[in-house]
Design a protein around this ligand. Structure first.
Ligand code: ADQ
Length: 479
């Protein structure tokens, strides 16, 4: 079996010890899914930024640690790189643009240059570690150009790329300074994967319209390159969330929430604090629900947990202030001396705690404005007590909605529709909740994190680096 080399912007936080048992991510996400794949391939490595800010002359140093058979190769970034590449081009240009937040996008050529040069530096640090028959799996929007940098150094092995966020429609993608060049770089990968077909379609449309690439339903062909494009929906590690009999007993006694909310119903929201997650819109919808359905006052609590994220980017601390102002206004206007409608916590919690919380809540409000997938939705489904399941209220605009069709689907841009979803969740009969949960759980179980890695790497192993000598070499079109 080939070795697997994963490259992502950040390495997971490496903690080892008797009670931790290996590396984990501070706030869930892709790490468990990627680690499951790495452990199946002996001699594998994961390369990425350590999170440490280095001095200018330290950037060549590659740190190495081996944890449970996986080699972690850490690359430092300088202060300037963190500002221009990470806070700048990644999180002020690509993140809002790919999520269709056009008003928040800024494009600075200096930041774009830093984005290129970090990927060139990553490629030259990682290339000496690669063997010709390795499988290279590159993750996310931070590394769109990395494959081309490696090819320029001369590495010709099999390389796949997975985008964890949406790929935007053409009109938005063309706001990048050089969209055709970004696509040409992406075409250096042998397999490109997205969560759902909709994003793959956007990518194919951009490649065919801007580059003149040819599409046959599974492969793009351009200048001798043949690329497999597909949808590979990410899943979760079931064992972390599916309850044991002891978990069920505790949650039936409501050990986590009982003391805090009494016998009131609980709606829960769990997100990174990010403007794409629709937290302010959700609070406004909850307010509308309480104003329209006064019989629910003092009978329901909305618990929103928001993990700090990208705190050095202005849009994020502005959003944090907005959330805090809104929570305090709604609590002040609608609360009673013995009831706070909203409990808001700005911190990260362990997955075990979240799992208990999901199970004790009556419904989850997972209402991002846009989201590649949204793993919290799947975690909530997996954590439920099948006899007394809670209800999932989910945005139509999250990738997860393509699979989790039995959720209460809402349009997060329409406040009254969200308020309607909250009402539906709180008044749904137990038999209907059970019926929906059975269907949702079957889907979550069929598409685990492990299955996602197996499918993507299966394609990468099959396709290999095929070139197509017959393919014409169309000129670059700019429309
Ligand atoms: P994220 O935008 O981070 O991921 P999501 O998929 O929901 O979004 O993953 C978040 C993870 O962080 C979950 O595992 C969740 O449990 C955890 N988390 C969130 N809030 C937390 C908190 N307060 N404390 C502790 N843990 C918390 C990106 C894309 C998504 C895509 C994933 C994976 O934006 O669309 O689903 O990658 O591909």
């Amino acid at each position: 079996m080939s070795r697997l080399v994963v490259v992502s912007n950040r390495l997971p936080s490496l903690r080892s010890g008797p009670n931790v048992g290996g590396p984990e991510a501070a706030a869930g996400g892709l790490a468990p899914a990627v680690l499951a794949a790495l452990r199946r391939h002996a001699g594998s490595s994961w390369c990425g930024w350590t999170g440490r800010v280095a001095q200018d002359d330290e950037t060549e140093a590659l740190s190495q640690r081996i944890v449970r058979g996986v080699r972690f190769l850490g690359l430092p970034l300088t202060k300037v790189e963190v500002e221009l590449y990470y806070n700048g081009y990644c999180n002020r240009t690509l993140w809002p643009l790919f999520h269709c937040f056009q008003d928040l996008v800024h494009v600075r050529l200096e930041e774009e240059r830093a984005y290129r040069s970090v990927q060139r530096r990553f490629a030259s640090a990682i290339a000496p570690q690669l063997r010709a028959d390795d499988l290279l799996w590159v993750h996310d929007y931070h590394l769109l150009l990395f494959g081309r940098e490696l090819r320029e150094i001369g590495w010709t092995g099999r390389a796949g790329f997975f985008l964890h966020i949406p790929f935007p429609p053409l009109e938005l993608f063309t706001l990048l300074a050089d969209p055709a060049d970004t696509l040409a770089a992406l075409l250096e990968y042998d397999v490109v994967g997205f969560h759902v077909p909709r994003f793959a379609e956007n990518y194919v449309q951009a490649a065919t319209r801007l580059l003149g690439a040819a599409w046959d339903g599974t492969h793009l062909r351009w200048r001798g390159r043949v690329q497999r494009v597909g949808a590979f929906p990410v899943g979760i590690d079931l064992a972390t969330f599916v309850p044991t009999p002891a978990d069920l007993e505790r949650s039936r006694r409501r050990e986590v929430l009982g003391k805090v909310v009494g016998d009131r119903r609980v709606l829960v929201g769990v997100d990174r604090l990010d403007y794409t997650k629709g937290i302010t819109e959700r609070i406004l919808a909850f307010e509308e629900f309480l104003r329209r359905s006064p019989e629910w006052r003092n009978r329901v609590v909305f618990l929103q947990i928001a993990a700090p994220s990208r705190t050095h980017v202005r849009a994020y601390h502005e959003r944090r202030r907005q959330v805090e102002t809104l929570v305090s206004r709604v609590n002040g206007e609608l609360g009673e001396h013995d009831w706070m409608p909203i409990r808001y916590l700005y911190r990260a919690y362990s997955q075990d705690f979240l799992s208990d919380l999901y199970r004790e809540a009556d419904a989850a409000l997972i209402t991002p404005l846009r989201d590649g997938m949204n793993l919290v939705a799947k975690e909530f489904v997996a954590a439920q007590d099948p006899e007394h399941p809670g209800t999932l209220v989910l945005s139509r605009t999250a990738g997860a909605a393509e699979e989790l069709r039995e959720a209460v689907l809402v349009n997060p841009f329409v406040q009254s529709d969200l308020a309607r979803g909250i009402h539906e969740a709180l008044t749904m009969s137990e038999s209907e909740r059970r019926r929906r949960h059975r269907a949702l759980f079957a889907r979550v179980r069929a598409g685990t994190a492990e299955e996602w890695g197996r499918r993507f790497l299966g394609e990468l192993e099959r396709v290999g680096r095929i070139t197509d000598p017959e393919a014409p070499a169309p000129s670059v079109m700019t429309s």
